[in-house]
Design a protein around this ligand. Sequence first.
Ligand SMILES: *Cc1c(COP(=O)(O)O)cnc(C)c1O
Length: 405
Amino acid sequence: MTAAGPVSSPRRTSSRRCCPISPFATALRRVVNATGVVVHTNLGRAPLSAAAVEALGVVAGTTDVELDLATGRRARRGRSAMAALAAAVPDAGAVHVVNNGAAALALVTCALAAGREIVIARGELVEIGDGFRIPELLESLGARLREVGTTNRVRLADYAAAVGERTAFVLKVHPSNFVVSGFTSSVGVAELATLGVPVVVDIGSGLLAAHPRLPAEPSAASALRAGAHLVTASGDKLLGGPQCGLMLGRADLVEALRRHPFARALRVDKLTLAALEATLTGPPPPVVTALATTPDALLARAEGVAAQLADTVGTVDAVAVPSRAAVGGGGAPEVTLPSAAVSLPAPLAGPLRQDPVHPVMGRVERGRLLLDLIAVPAEDDALLVDAVRRAATRPGPRRDLPGEA
Ligand SMILES: *Cc1c(COP(=O)(O)O)cnc(C)c1O
């Protein structure tokens, strides 16, 4: 404990120091994601839909999250969100939701594999990011890993030879943030489902159904249809919802997860449940919209922004250019999304990032600052124009070097 000084209003003092204009009780800032990475982990992954944000307001106070208003009795927590998820993936016998994708894997491991073996291919021992390694998570919870195959190749016979009395399940992890190419082979879910033990598939990105622009991304529906007994996924990647971890699959297994004592430690709050339900039942969330926009539409917007900046007193050197965007969030690393950007002088990167009103995060590429529009909602184009005008006219040192990411 530090001794409290005679500060009359600590919050106001500190917020004034770091962000003079923010009237809010958080020092976190709203940031325009012009990086061209649709799901940017450092920017909070998926932005919520307007419907999800509205739902947060509805449930923020007291709410019937665990109460049946008809009877006045306790009811199943988050039942409408669970029903929405089940309806979105009819191939799942039952569903459950925890705090994130890692928590979903942790719960499956605790409930099904503590003191037992998980059979997993060596090519699927994945590090996600920030040093988070899936094999280390599984081992930390008391499961033993039975690794099969090599880095580049594994066959069904390798799995069959490893499966035995101690096997809890076979785990297939989608190598979501890297691609191994060349002399490779892996075993699909349908083949693994013939082994006679449960098959758990960590699909990572949270696509509930196949996406035409992301042919290599597995979906919950395709994994279940191929015979997976359980699927785990994140809620805040390609699903476009709040941070959460989805579990879908055979009803008896999901019930075992739900009833496990550890499930309580991973329980999601009412805000997550409401935002997830709204994501599933409302209009498409921003991530889904971004993946559906055409490069032509983005280029037209970039030209509009550049033209407005050319009208600025003292003219900003702004041109619309084609760009190549990425899915991000540890998903579909092999996919580039044709996009468009506003190209600006690189020294504007720092001032834009530190804009006092609307911080804008772009990317510097070959000596130019690109503001990629794929992940910027069209209604935010005006914010970009204002922010660039401020950055271009604000006095002060510009410390950015070309090449800064
Ligand atoms: C992202 C990811 C995870 C971790 O999910 P979080 O929601 O970040 O905890 C696990 N497995 C795969 C394959 C992933 O892509």
